[in-house]
Design a protein around this ligand. Structure first.
Ligand code: ADP
Ligand code: MG
Length: 682
C-alpha cells in the first residue's frame, strides 16, 4: 500500500485529537481505514412514482407547494407544520416536526423536493429532508455510516470526500489485471468511490460485485498461501504403505467399507505418502463411520513403524474408542493403549514407558496425551475426534518435542461446504457423505408441549421393551443456572413418574468429570434407563440400547445441534425415535422443527441451518472461526467465493506469484496480514 494511504487519519483537515479518538474507536486509524469504512446503507433521494412506493417506505418526491403552511405549537418547543404538495397527480400532505422556520420560507407554487416516510393510507410524508427546487443529481443516493459518539453522518461524509480528493489517486488495484478484465471488474479506486457515493443503482451493483470479489479473493489468497507455505516448510515424513496388510485388515472388517469411506481412505493415503504434512479435516455425520477410517489410517502408519495418537474430548469417549480400536485390530500385532487421567500409578508409568520404547503403537486418550510427561518414540500421525480446537498451539508442542506428524481432524458437525472452504480454507477437506447400508432412519416427531403426557407413555413402552431413553432439558440461553434448575426439576418429575419401573439418571455441566463419567457408565450399563441431561451429552457417546431421544424446548436449538443430539440414538439394530417437544412462535422456528422431521441428512440440515441462522451463529458464539467480511455474504455470494478460491489457488501455485513484479502488491498484502509470521506457520 502506498505510504500516503497509510498515514494517520489526522492528516485530514478537521481531524483533531478528539475526532481522531472517535474515529479510532470506530476502527479507523489510517486514511486507508477510512476509505475502507463502507456505508451500511444508503439514503435514496431519487424521485419515485408514488404509486410504486410501499407504506412506511422512505421516499423522495419533487412537487409544487399547493397550500399555505399551517403551524401548530404544542408544549413549549414542539411544533408541527403541515403543507400540501402536488406531486404529479397526487396531492400529498407533508408533516414537519419542530421546524417552525419553514413557515415563512415556503411559498405557494414553489418547486420543492421533500424526503421522508410515506404513509400510504393517509397520503402523508413525514419530512426528514427538504430542498428548495430540485435536488442535484449528485445527491441522489447518499451514504449512511455507522458512527460513534459525537460524530455525525454528515461529518463522516465530508471526511470521506476529503480523503478521496486528497488521496484517491493512491488507491492501487489488488486484484490482478487479468482477473479484473476476465470478470469485468471495476478498478479499486472507482469501486471504493462508488461504494461511498453511488451514482445510481446499477453503478452500486457493479461496485459491490467488484468489492465482493476482491474480499473473497484476498481472503482465499491468504488461505491458499498459508496452505502452500505450510506444505513447503513443514516437512512431513513420507510413509510407505504396506498395502497387502492394509487390505487384509479391510477385508477382515465385519462389513464392507462404504464407497465414501473408501474414497476418504484413499485421500488420506495420498497425504501419508506425500512428503508434506497432512492437514486434513474429515467431516462425516454421526454414525457415518469415521472411527474405522481413523483406525485404518493409524494402522497404515503403525505398519510403517510410526506411532499414532487418537485424541478425543472426554474420558468416556476415549474408553469407547480404545475398545473399538482394540477390537478392530485384535488380529494384528499392533498394540493399542489408553491414556486418560484415570489411568494412574503403575499402570500409567507402564504405558508411558512402553510408549517411549515404541512398544505402544497407537495411543488413545484425552487431550493431555500430547502434553505433560508423554513422550513418543516415533510419532507419525495425530487424529483428533469431535472437536475443532486442536490447532496452532498443540502443533507447536508437538514440533517442540521433535515430531512432525500428519494431522487429521474429524468432526461430526457437518459443516456446509460454504463454511468449510472459508473457516477451514487452509485445510484439505474430506467428506463421508454416505451412511453404512441398512441403517434405520430415526423416526422424528414434533409434538406440542401439551402432549408431554403421551411422550411419557411412549418412553414407558420402549422401556418395557428393554430400551433406554434420553430426555434433553429445556435450554435457556446464557443461563447455566436456569438450565441446571430445569434439569433438576425434570429429573424429579420423571423420577416420580417412573418410580417403580425405571431408574432416572441426571447429567449436567456442574458435575465433575468423574461424576459425569459415572453417570454415563451407569447409563451405558443399563443400570439407569432414562437419562435426563442438559446438552453436555452431545459429544459422541455411544449407547446402542438407547432408542428414544426426547428434546424439550426443541425450538431453542439450532438444527445442527438438534441433529447432533438425535445422533445419540439409532446406534443399535432397533428402530429409534426422536421426539421434539416445542411450541415455536416464529415461522423460522416452525420451519426448523419441520425440517428435522423430514430429513436425517446432516449436510442437508446444516445447509438449511446456515440459511436460517446466518454464518455468524453457525458455530456458536465462542469459536466461530468464520471470517467476517465487510460486504461479501458467504451464503448469497457463494458462487463468487468458489470462483475466487480457484483463482487464488491457481495464482498461489504459479511461480510468477512469488517472484514477478506485478504481484508485489499482493505479496506485500500477505505480509501485512501476518501470513509470513512464523507463529502462524506452524
Ligand atoms: P462416527 O464416528 O462417524 O459417528 P462410527 O465410526 O462410530 O461413526 O460408526 C458407527 C457405527 O457404524 C459403528 O458401530 C461402526 O462399526 C459401524 N460402521 C462403520 N462403517 C460401517 C460400514 N461400512 N458398514 C456397516 N457398518 C459400519
Ligand atoms: Mg465417532
Amino acid at each position: 500500500m502506498s505510504y500516503e494511504l497509510e498515514q494517520n487519519i489526522s492528516v485530514l483537515s478537521g481531524v483533531g485529537e478528539e475526532t481522531a479518538a472517535l474515529l479510532n474507536e470506530m476502527g479507523i486509524f489510517t486514511v486507508n481505514d477510512l476509505i475502507e469504512y463502507l456505508p451500511y446503507r444508503y439514503e435514496d433521494y431519487r424521485n419515485k412514482d408514488l404509486s410504486e412506493v410501499k407504506h412506511d417506505e422512505r421516499v423522495t418526491v419533487e412537487g409544487v407547494v399547493h397550500s399555505a403552511p399551517l403551524l401548530q405549537y404544542f408544549g413549549k418547543n414542539k411544533s408541527r407544520l403541515t403543507f400540501r404538495v402536488l406531486v404529479d397527480r397526487y396531492l400529498v400532505t407533508v408533516i414537519c416536526f419542530n421546524r417552525p422556520y419553514y413557515k415563512t420560507k415556503l411559498n405557494l407554487n414553489e418547486q420543492v423536493t421533500v424526503s421522508g416516510k410515506w404513509d400510504q393510507h393517509r397520503q402523508t410524508i413525514t419530512l426528514t429532508d427538504l430542498v428548495f427546487g430540485s435536488r442535484t443529481n449528485a445527491n441522489e443516493i447518499e451514504p449512511v455510516y455507522s458512527i460513534k459518539g459525537k460524530m455525525s453522518v454528515k461529518t463522516m461524509r465530508k471526511f470521506v470526500e476529503q480523503a478521496f480528493k486528497k488521496f484517491g489517486q493512491y488507491i492501487e488495484d489488488l486484484v490482478p489485471n487479468e482477473l479484473m478484465s476476465k470478470y469485468k471488474l471495476m478498478n479499486r479506486k472507482e469501486t471504493m468511490s462508488l461504494l461511498h457515493h453511488p451514482i445510481d443503482a446499477n453503478s452500486l451493483k457493479q461496485a459491490r460485485r467488484s468489492f465482493v470479489y476482491e474480499e473473497f479473493f484476498l481472503f482465499q489468497l491468504k488461505m491458499q498461501a498459508l496452505r502452500k507455505i505450510q506444505r513447503n516448510q513443514s516437512k512431513g515424513i513420507p510413509k510407505v504403505l504396506h498395502q497387502d496388510k492394509i487390505q487384509e485388515l479391510i477385508q477382515s472388517l465385519p462389513f464392507p467399507l462404504t464407497s465414501a469411506q473408501n474414497r476418504v481412505v484413499k485421500e488420506i493415503f495420498n497425504d501419508l505418502v506425500s512428503p508434506s504434512r497432512m492437514n486434513r479435516l474429515l467431516q462425516g455425520d454421526v454414525g457415518s463411520g469415521k472411527t474405522v477410517v481413523a483406525t485404518i489410517a493409524l494402522y497404515a502408519c503403525a505398519l510403517d513403524g510410526y506411532q499414532g495418537a487418537l485424541m478425543v474430548p472426554t474420558e468416556i469417549l476415549a474408553e469407547q474408542h480404545f475398545e473399538s480400536l482394540s477390537k478392530l485390530l485384535q488380529e494384528t500385532n499392533i498394540n493399542v493403549a489408553l491414556l486418560t487421567s484415570s489411568v494412574k500409578g503403575k499402570k500409567r508409568r507402564e504405558v508411558l514407558e512402553r510408549l517411549k520404547l515404541g512398544d505402544v503403537h497407537i495411543l488413545v486418550g484425552t487431550h493431555a496425551l500430547i502434553q505433560d510427561e508423554v513422550q513418543f518414540n516415533k510419532l507419525g500421525i495425530v487424529i483428533t475426534d469431535e472437536q475443532h480446537r486442536f490447532g496452532v498451539g498443540q502443533r507447536r508442542i508437538l514440533r517442540e518435542k521433535g515430531y512432525f506428524p500428519d494431522v487429521l481432524f474429524m468432526t461430526a458437525t457437518p459443516i456446509p461446504r460454504t463454511l468449510a472452504i472459508t473457516a477451514f480454507g487452509e485445510m484439505d477437506v474430506s467428506i463421508i457423505d454416505e451412511y453404512p447400508a441398512g441403517r434405520k432412519k430415526i423416526e422424528t416427531y414434533w409434538v406440542k408441549q401439551e402432549m408431554f403426557d403421551r411422550v411419557l407413555g411412549f418412553i414407558e413402552n420402549e422401556i418395557k421393551k428393554g430400551r433406554q431413553a434420553y430426555v434433553i432439558c429445556p435450554l435457556i440461553e446464557e443461563s447455566e443456572k436456569l438450565d441446571l434448575q430445569n434439569a433438576l426439576d425434570l429429573h424429579s418429575v420423571l423420577s416420580f413418574h417412573y418410580k417403580s419401573m425405571a431408574k432416572v439418571g441426571l447429567m449436567h455441566g456442574k458435575l465433575s468429570s468423574s461424576e459425569k463419567d459415572e453417570v454415563m457408565k451407569a447409563f451405558a450399563a443399563n443400570e439407569v434407563q432414562i437419562l435426563v441431561s442438559t446438552t453436555v451429552v452431545e459429544v459422541g457417546v455411544n449407547v446402542p440400547n438407547a432408542t428414544v431421544m426426547v428434546i424439550y424446548d426443541a425450538d431453542r436449538f439450532g438444527l445442527s445441534q438438534l441433529h447432533q443430539l438425535r445422533g445419540r440414538v439409532g446406534r443399535g439394530s432397533e428402530q429409534s425415535y426422536c421426539i421434539l417437544v416445542g411450541d415455536p412462535k416464529s415461522e423460522v422456528g416452525k420451519e426448523r422443527l419441520t425440517i428435522m422431521t423430514e430429513t436425517n441428512d446432516g449436510f442437508e440440515l446444516s445447509e438449511k441451518d446456515l440459511e436460517l441462522r446466518g454464518p455468524g451463529d453457525f458455530f456458536g458464539k465462542q469459536q466461530s472461526g468464520v471470517p467476517e467480511f465487510k460486504m461479501a455474504d458467504m451464503v448469497h455470494d457463494y458462487r463468487t467465493l468458489e470462483v475466487a478460491r480457484n483463482d487464488a489457488t491457481m495464482l498461489v501455485n504459479s511461480n510468477d506469484f512469488w517472484k514477478a513484479n506485478e504481484y508485489k502488491v499482493l505479496r506485500e498484502y500477505l505480509e501485512r496480514t501476518g501470513i509470513f509470521d512464523s507463529e502462524k506457520l506452524d
